[in-house]
Design a protein around this ligand. Sequence first.
Ligand SMILES: [Fe+2]
Length: 456
Amino acid sequence: MERIIEQLKRFNNEQPSFTALGEELLKANFNNLAYKGLLPKIECKDNYARNILTRDPIEVILMIWPPKTESAIHFHNGFFGYVAVLEGALDNIEYAFKNKQLKETGGLKALPGGLIAEKDGVIHKLMNTSETGNAVTAHFYYPALDNLNGINIYDIESGRIGELNDKALTASWLEHESCFSKIKENAFTYLPYHKHKTTSHRIFSIIPKPDREFISKNISAYYSEQAHEYDFFDLEHESRRTYNEKINALIAEELRNDGISTILTLACGTGRRDIEIKELTGLNYLIKGVDISSDMVSIANRRGLDVTCSSWIDVKLGDKKFDAVTFLYAFGHIPSRDERLASLKKIANHLNEGGSLYFDVFNVDDKNEWGPSAVKAYEKGRYSDFGYERGDVFYKKVTGNQIAFLHYFDKNDLVHDLSLAGFNVSFVKHIGYVKKSGEILKAANEGALFIKAIKK
Ligand SMILES: [Fe+2]
């Protein structure tokens, strides 16, 4: 810890800007930091505890967060800073306050190596969502605060705003009433994210980008969380249904023309789509499925499909070859370009010569989807420093907890990778997803990408 405190002494001579402090902390190495002896004692298992290491020139605080603890929602009025996660994970949830209304606007999760920015003027809270483990964080603030006097905290349950005084040790409603200089009742109403956004999903970045095991485990949990409502969700959402139906029809037409007798279906989920596509072809081919979610696999098995529970890269199919492969709605779940390329090569190995691969991915340039905003966040948040590839997005259902991963694709990069993996691209169609759902579109910045590629 001393090493970083020493490093920050350069700000003795120059006042740090928000960006300059961030740059300095990005340069710091938080691995193998000696801090155990400096950890504050947990006085209350329901609240975080802090130990102020220095105030000069940057305030450096070490904090420990027992399971399920969080700060109150608080307002940074006249100070900014960063939080480095040293152990566990910490969620940062941000809000906007306007016309006596507090709105939840966004959030992210930071893991060890991740840095959470707290801009001057931000309203936010930090939380350790783990049921079992502590989180440990190092905080860097400028200017240093002598105490928490004057900080406003918000209680979304009751609509109270409390102003802390110099006796408060944490920004929390668990502080004794003598730690408040005033409490304003009925000061605001609260709008959770899903009450003011019409979307079903929200972006929830994880920094740094976690490893593939973490991502796979989370995707599997994300789908298991909704396995029993997934088909229903699909059917209920008009645009997604129209989009999927268009792709089903296009695939069925191709498969019928090719007169296939075997198909391998990757990320087959509950198997509903595979059965629909087969019915559309009127053919009687053999279906082999693979899916990562055990809950989805048991539903597919109950539907009479032969499905193995695994990720595509890990499954062992021996020397079996198929006439066609589908990888619908899920190729973008593969966590990295290297693994996507390896997955395409593995698909090629399991295709008969001239066999076809059909898959769809989100288009990073689609102005109606998350691609362009993901790229903006990637550039603004310097996510490349945190292991992201351009087009990477972490997200969750607005009403769910599990965070899934998707990559948004650049069309040229994808065509290039297909060629590297031994495919000729037969077509790439732009198909409207939420907007102009199911329509084949001409513009490069509209629609998801639906691809047919043929093994060379
Ligand atoms: Fe804060």
